[in-house]
Design a protein around this ligand. Structure first.
Ligand code: ADP
Length: 594
């Protein structure tokens, strides 16, 4: 696993290396100052000047070429730093032995004591402090600045105070470095977690079905947790059990499995994880206990189990495991928990989507069965009915008609009812054809005048016509158009009995508008959409008495639509219903209009 953790050592090594680089740069400046002092005091030819100058310059050249980051990360870091500082102290002390340079060199030794506090661990720093105090005292005694040995105590104290102060700052730095190392590794861990989460979410986002998503999901999670075996269990609400989704993930490959189920009420760890909603770390799979039965069946020795859930809705559980010990820790359990969260969400959505798709498929099948049934039954009824109507019409012919009034009346009733039945069967057949998308449509230019004439011949009343212009022609199926108009006029005759019925037609830029107007009771506003739905009858008692089926207007609407038209109902001024049918103009007219 590509775990990222910045250790204290690494952080301190980086800090020390950068301090050493800066100290080297400052040391160059110090050398230049001492050299300038030597030139001014004319001591630059003295051995006490050029030997330490050459040695220190050589040391600083080597310093500049040194890769301090690497050196400070080794376990010899402290010794190397001690060596570097010792070299510096000896060189500077050597300068200080030249009386003209003492005043310049001695404070630099105090400075080195300060750097030592930042650079070294406490024991090395203590050692350096003693060494610097000794060096300063030695220089002071040798150059005659100190007459008495007890004056050395004052010097040593000064060095100690400087050292202690910088040691305190150094400790604070170390603590800060530790804290920032901690923060950095936390941020890195979070970045890694986000990357994994993103990878899992991306896998999920591509999925359309459970069978497609599960192997990808488990594979991605196993990869991130470095696990060999992974599987998802989903809750089956109908059977109240957890079902292992096939395939499971083994050694980097999906493996199809037989049906494996777990009763959610059992005390096993997986069922328990599902019930409690809390992830569980099985450190040692015990093949003798019932609680680990699934895990031991899978040959696992260690396993992490996390619930798949969305808020409080439990979807299932996910298991990752290995056939040996020592693969997992608590951190990985936490990671599995966070990876399981988006997985639970998407799996539940896909599960719901699949259930809905299944339901839709079933409903479509039922709808098709219904349509087929209506179509078959209607066909079967039509043949005997045609024969009955034919026989009744024959019996009603003057030469055969019975003479008795009652018999005539009965024959008349039978003929009317048979006619009613025939219209119903016709309507049912049209409806089933519409449902199957099997309604034939032959679009052609139909002059409205001829269509209106045809309607007038067939309907039971005498509607008035107004067509403007006279030769107004629509692009329509002649049979469907007459069926629409007959239906609307017959409805007007039926529901607005006693009122006059008028047919109007006029032209709009791209369409013709036909209105069937009556002055009857009209259609209430809140029913204006609904009347076009199947089996809708506004006043059932009224309709029953008038022999309707509630199919007529739905057929009108469907037929208008298959001809690229539309239908709606409005109120007639002064009361009544106005059914408005819009149809495309025939091309000839359209071009004339354009
Ligand atoms: P039905 O076979 O019952 O006539 P329709 O689909 O043709 O079925 O009509 C649906 C309902 O709309 C009817 O039951 C009737 O209540 C109402 N309706 C239809 N046309 C008119 C009209 N011209 N005036 C008033 N009500 C009407």
């Amino acid at each position: 696993m590509d775990e990222v953790t910045i250790t204290t050592q690494q952080a301190m090594a980086r800090f020390r290396a950068s301090l050493l680089r800066r100290a080297s740069a400052v040391a160059w400046v110090v050398l230049i100052i001492i050299a300038a002092q030597a030139v001014r005091a004319e001591v630059f030819v003295e051995v006490g000047f050029w030997i330490p100058m050459t040695a220190l310059a050589a040391m600083l050249v080597v310093s500049a070429a040194t890769r301090w980051d690497k050196l400070m990360a080794t376990r010899f870091a402290s010794w190397i730093a001690v060596g570097w500082l010792t070299g510096l102290i000896i060189g500077i002390s050597a300068f200080a032995l030249v009386p003209a340079l003492t005043a310049t060199a001695t404070p630099i030794l105090y400075g080195i004591a300060a750097v030592s506090g930042l650079l070294l661990v406490w024991w090395a720093h203590a050692f350096m402090t003693v060494f610097i105090a000794a060096a300063i005292s030695f220089v002071a005694l040798r150059t005659g600045q100190l007459a008495e040995i007890q004056d050395v105590i004052g010097l040593a104290l000064t060095v100690t105070v400087v050292s202690a102060a910088t040691a305190l700052i150094g400790m604070e730095f170390e603590r800060e470095a530790l804290r920032s190392a901690d923060r950095e590794s936390q941020i890195d861990q979070q970045r890694l977690d986000f990357e994994r989460l993103y990878a899992v979410s991306a896998t999920l986002a591509r999925a359309e079905s459970l069978s497609e998503i599960v192997p990808h999901l488990v594979g991605t999670i196993c990869k991130y947790l470095d696990a060999q075996v992974g599987l998802v269990l989903l809750y089956n609400a109908e059977r109240h059990r957890l079902e292992v989704m096939s395939p499971i993930w083994v050694n980097g490959h999906p493996l199809d499995t037989d049906v494996i189920v777990l009763d959610v009420t059992t005390p096993g760890v997986v069922s328990q994880t599902y019930r409690s909603g809390k992830p569980f770390f099985v450190k040692e799979v015990d093949s003798d206990t019932d609680a680990h039965v699934l895990l031991s069946d899978l040959g696992l020795r260690q396993a992490l189990v996390a619930p798949l859930k969305v808020e409080n809705l439990r979807v299932g559980a996910i298991i990752v495991g290995d056939p040996y010990h020592g693969s997992f820790n608590e951190d990985q359990l936490e990671q599995l928990g966070s990876l399981a969260a988006p997985a639970g969400l998407v799996l539940s959505q896909i599960g719901r989507y699949e259930a809905q798709a299944e339901m839709t498929k079933r409903l479509e099948e039922v709808a098709k069965m219904k349509t087929d049934f209506v179509s078959t039954v209607s066909h079967e009824l039509r043949t005997p009915l045609t024969s009955i109507i034919g026989s009744l019409d024959t019996v009603n012919r003057p030469e055969l008609a019975p003479t008795q009034a009652t018999a005539q009346q009965l024959l008349g009733t039978a003929r009317r009812q048979a006619g009613r039945l025939q219209r119903l069967i016709d309507d049912l057949l049209v409806v089933s054809r519409i449902d199957r998308g099997a309604i034939p449509v032959h679009l052609e230019p139909v002059p409205l005048k001829s269509a209106f004439d045809e309607v007038k011949r067939v309907v039971s009343i005498e509607p008035s016509f107004t067509i403007e212009p006279d030769d107004l022609t629509v692009e329509a199926d002649r049979d469907h158009l007459t069926r629409i108009l007959i239906n609307l006029v017959e409805n007007a005759a039926k529901y607005a009995s006693g009122s006059s019925v008028e047919l109007y037609a006029w032209e709009r830029p791209t369409k013709a508008v036909i209105a069937v107007v009556d002055h009857g009771p009209g259609i209430p506003d809140n029913e204006k959409e609904r009347v076009f739905e199947r089996f809708t009858q506004i006043d059932q008692s009224d309709t029953r008495s008038k022999g309707g089926t509630g199919l007529g207007l739905s057929i009108v609407k469907s037929l208008a639509e298959v001809m690229h038209g539309a239908v709606r109902v409005e109120a007639t001024e002064g009361g009544g219903a106005t059914f408005v049918v819009e149809l495309p103009l025939a091309h000839t007219l359209q071009s004339r209009a354009g």
